[in-house]
Design a protein around this ligand. Sequence first.
Ligand SMILES: NC(=O)c1ccc[n+]([C@@H]2O[C@H](COP(=O)([O-])OP(=O)(O)OC[C@H]3O[C@@H](n4cnc5c(N)ncnc54)[C@H](OP(=O)(O)O)[C@@H]3O)[C@@H](O)[C@H]2O)c1
Length: 165
Amino acid sequence: MNLIVAVDKNWGIGKGNKLLVSIPSDMKFFRETTSGKVVVMGRKTLESFPNGLPLKNRTNIVLTKRADYQVKDAIVLHSVEEVLEELKKYESDDIYIIGGESVYRQFLPYCSTAHVTKINHAYEADAYFPDLDAMGEWEITADSEEQTYFDLEYVFLKYERVVRG
Ligand SMILES: NC(=O)c1ccc[n+]([C@@H]2O[C@H](COP(=O)([O-])OP(=O)(O)OC[C@H]3O[C@@H](n4cnc5c(N)ncnc54)[C@H](OP(=O)(O)O)[C@@H]3O)[C@@H](O)[C@H]2O)c1
């Protein structure tokens, strides 16, 4: 299982249920990486999308505790266990956890690959991703050249869970 996230210097990912910044080439990377795949998200992340609509060309799975919550063109599930059961239908490599904070934290233990866009700037944030560099069980296995968007610098990093023994 994969996850994909854009983080700032402090592993901040959002503020006020919005992204910290929107970088066109990062959006393109997200779109290209997840197209045709299964994306798993929390109800708040779904509602942060334009018009609160699921992502096109992807199988959308949305988590909520609300029993009566329905979304056209999305599978709505109510617990981590229910999601893991549903995900058995798909190839693990085709599954992407796409946030937000609560969903990343709950599914990180099931992920073996993390696609992290690391932005070299400290924003004010109220949502964070766990610091993979401090966790020991993750290592960077691929990185891009430094990218720029106006005066912002960022890199595309691939982290993989360290296999010991
Ligand atoms: N930088 C990035 O790459 C990135 C990506 C995605 C999101 N974000 C940011 O992350 C922030 C949102 O994160 P968040 O943690 O507040 O919200 P979230 O994870 O998107 O959604 C939280 C909601 O998901 C549902 N949920 C979560 N775990 C559940 C479980 N085990 N069982 C049932 N329902 C569950 C609950 O919905 P109910 O309240 O309906 O029960 C919960 O309130 C925003 O700022 C967003 O922009 C950033």
